[in-house]
Write a protein that binds this ligand. Structure first.
Ligand SMILES: Nc1ncnc2c1ncn2[C@@H]1O[C@H](COP(=O)(O)OP(=O)(O)OP(=O)(O)O)[C@@H](O)[C@H]1O
Ligand SMILES: [Mg+2]
Length: 248
C-alpha cells in the first residue's frame, strides 16, 4: 500500500533522509523507532506531503507521488491522516471548532457537523463536555485524543501518529495505545506510529527502525528482539530500561 523507494531529503548541507526504502502493507500497524533527531518526523511529513522530498518516490495505493501535482496530489494526501507530535490544536477556538475545522472552513455549518463530531469524540473516549472547552483547559492526554478525533473526521485510510504518548503518564500511555489499536481495527486503517515507548511493541504488528537516514530493520514486532545487529540490540534493550532523552 505504501512503498517508499530511495527517498532523499536534506536541509541545507544536512542530509536527513538518505536513500530510504520501506514498504508498509495494507492493514499493518507499524511502529517506527529510532533516536531523537534521526529524521522520523521528517519521514512521516514526506509521506503526508508536509515536506517535499529531494529525490526518490513514495507510492501510495499505486499512485506515484513524484508524478502527481496539484489536486491529484492533494487527493492522495487526504487519505493520510496525520496526528501531530504535539497535538497542534488552535488555542483560540473551541475543541468543537478544532475538530470540525476543515469542514467549517469548507462551508459546512456547525449544526450539520455536530453529529459527526459527537461520534468521533465518543470514539476517542472523551465526554461531550469537552466540545465547548478550549485546548488550554485540557490535559495532555485529552489534547492527544482531540487531535485524533480531528484526524478521524477525514476518514483516512492511512493513519499516522507522531509520538502520541510522549509526555504522558504510564496509565494514560496505555489508554492511548489501546485507543490506537481499537481505532486501527474499527476504522480498518493502515497505521504508522513513531514511538519511544517499548509498550508499543505489544500493540504493533510490525516494527521498523530508522538509523542514519535509512530503515535498518523492518519485520514483525516480535522478531526485533531476535536481531543480532549490535545497534538494534542495544537500542531496544535501552528502550526497555527507560525513556530516550530528547534533544540528544
Ligand atoms: N523544517 C526543517 N528545517 C531544517 N531542519 C529540519 C527541519 N525539520 C527537521 N529538521 C532537522 O532534521 C533532523 C531530523 O528531525 P526530526 O524532527 O525528523 O527528528 P525525529 O527523529 O523526529 O526526532 P524526535 O524523536 O526528537 O522527534 C533534525 O536534525 C532536525 O533539526
Ligand atoms: Mg519527531
Amino acid at each position: 500500500m505504501i512503498e517508499i523507494i530511495g527517498l532523499k531529503k536534506s536541509f541545507g548541507s544536512k542530509a536527513v533522509t538518505k536513500d530510504l526504502s520501506l514498504q508498509v502493507n495494507t492493514g499493518e500497524f507499524l511502529a517506527i523507532i529510532g533516536r531523537s533527531g534521526e529524521g522520523k518526523s521528517v519521514l512521516l511529513k514526506q509521506i503526508v506531503g508536509l515536506i517535499n522530498s529531494d529525490g526518490g518516490d513514495i507510492i501510495i495505493n499505486g499512485s506515484h507521488l513524484s508524478a502527481l501535482h496539484g489536486k491529484d496530489r492533494q487527493k492522495i494526501f487526504k487519505e493520510c491522516g496525520y496526528v501531530f507530535q504535539f497535538a497542534a490544536l488552535l488555542d483560540s477556538i473551541s475543541v468543537f471548532e478544532n475538530i470540525a475545522l476543515y469542514h467549517l472552513e469548507n462551508g459546512i455549518s456547525a449544526k450539520e457537523m455536530r453529529p459527526l463530531v459527537v461520534e468521533k469524540v465518543k470514539s476517542v473516549g472523551l465526554s461531550l463536555d469537552v466540545l465547548d472547552k478550549f485546548p488550554d483547559e485540557l490535559s495532555g492526554g485529552m489534547k492527544k485524543r482531540v487531535g485524533l478525533a480531528r484526524t478521524l473526521m477525514m476518514t483516512p485510510k492511512i493513519l499516522i501518529y507522531d509520538e502520541p504518548t510522549t509526555g504522558l503518564d504510564p496509565i494514560t500511555t496505555r489508554l492511548i495505545h489501546e485507543l490506537m489499536k481499537d481505532t486501527h481495527i474499527k476504522f480498518n486503517t493502515t497505521t504508522i506510529v513513531i514511538s519511544h515507548d517499548i509498550e508499543i511493541f505489544k500493540y504493533a504488528s510490525h516494527v521498523a527502525m530508522l538509523h542514519e537516514g535509512k530503515i535498518i530493520f523492518k519485520g514483525e514486532a516480535s522478531t526485533i528482539w531476535e536481531s543480532t545487529d549490535p545497534y538494534i540490540y542495544q537500542f531496544i534493550r535501552g528502550l526497555a530500561e527507560g525513556p530516550i532523552q530528547h534533544g540528544t
